[in-house]
Ligand binder design. Structure first.
Ligand code: CP
Length: 305
């Protein structure tokens, strides 16, 4: 593959190969003397039209750990603010001959469009409510390292599934790798018709979390709701926020995940987020390893590799 635009389009073998490569990168990343320079001389541009803490910084660290020259486009102070279109911005950057562009954009499909207009590799760092493939890969790596497998596990994805690219990429990946995926949300936050695609849906946390191995919480994406979300966040927390009591519905050794950024007291309580069953910090570490693996895999397909 020249680009990584989504989990859709990857085979289970592609996914396994990336996870194996990322597993090796965890050790490389932890030990300075093991670091490689497989991207030396390569130019990576991070082009983020939406805010990011984890994804942008980990793509920067990942590129630098592999020896790439990494440039973070400051979109807020760029000519995008003067009305330059996405395509013109892409063509301008393309003329500077980068090797890899990492893109986050608020519109679903924008990253695919950009990939058709440039000569280099493109990585989707999140496009609207469509896909966030490296998040799903880092979640899968975290699950596999803690549970030893993905196949056969019951994973409950809970909360604002309707607006979540993280949920969508995870649903595709986890189903492809043989996990049982449950979606737990108020009916207004479940994508219409989703049950027809074979995903079990629940509107109650007690039923949806019963015997789950993994409880994956999502942020309530109020910025995508145009003020249309009806319940108060306090009421939302009462019914759908993960606290110790609701976590008790899952298996005793269930593990808790959240892609971040978290809204404590909205979708998750602080004691669960920081508790012994939480993998949230480990997810962040795996984010660097997965992004190193993706960059290295794409670099091996670049001209003169
Ligand atoms: N999980 C995630 O994508 O976080 P950021 O928005 O901080 O990159």
């Amino acid at each position: 593959h020249r680009h990584l635009l989504g989990i859709e389009g990857l085979s289970p073998l592609d996914i396994k190969a990336l996870l194996d490569l990322a597993d090796a990168q965890v050790e490389v990343s932890r030990q300075v003397e093991k670091r490689k320079s497989s991207l030396r001389g390569r130019t990576q541009i991070n082009l983020f039209f939406e805010p990011s803490t984890r994804t942008q910084s980990s793509f920067e660290i990942a590129g630098k750990r592999l020896g790439a020259d990494v440039m973070n486009m400051q979109v807020a102070s760029s000519s995008v603010k003067k009305g330059e279109t996405l395509i013109d911005t892409a063509a301008t950057l393309n003329a500077m001959r980068p090797d890899i562009i990492v893109v986050r954009h608020h519109a679903a499909g924008a990253v695919h469009l950009l990939a058709r207009k440039v000569d280099c590799s493109v990585v989707n760092a999140g496009d609207g409510a469509h896909e966030h493939p490296t998040q799903a890969l880092l979640d899968a790596l975290t699950i596999r390292r803690n549970k030893g497998r993905i196949e056969g596990l019951t994973v409950a994805i809970c909360g604002d599934i309707l607006h979540s690219r993280v949920a969508r990429s995870n649903m595709i990946l986890l189903a492809a790798m043989g996990a049982r995926v449950r979606l737990v949300a108020p009916s207004t936050l479940l994508p219409p018709g989703i049950a027809r695609l074979g995903f079990e849906t629940f509107t109650s946390m007690s039923e949806g979390l019963k015997d789950a191995d993994i409880v994956m919480m999502l942020r309530l994406q109020l910025e995508r709701m145009n003020g249309s979300f009806v319940p108060s966040v306090k009421e939302y927390f009462r019914f759908y926020g993960l606290d110790q009591e609701k976590l008790g519905y899952a298996k005793p050794d269930a593990l808790v995940m959240h892609p971040g950024p978290m809204n404590r007291g909205v979708e998750i309580s602080s004691d669960v987020a920081d508790g012994a069953q939480s993998l949230i910090r480990e997810q962040v570490e795996m984010g660097v390893a997965v992004r190193m693996a993706v960059l290295e895999a794409l670099a091996s397909h670049l001209p003169n590799a």
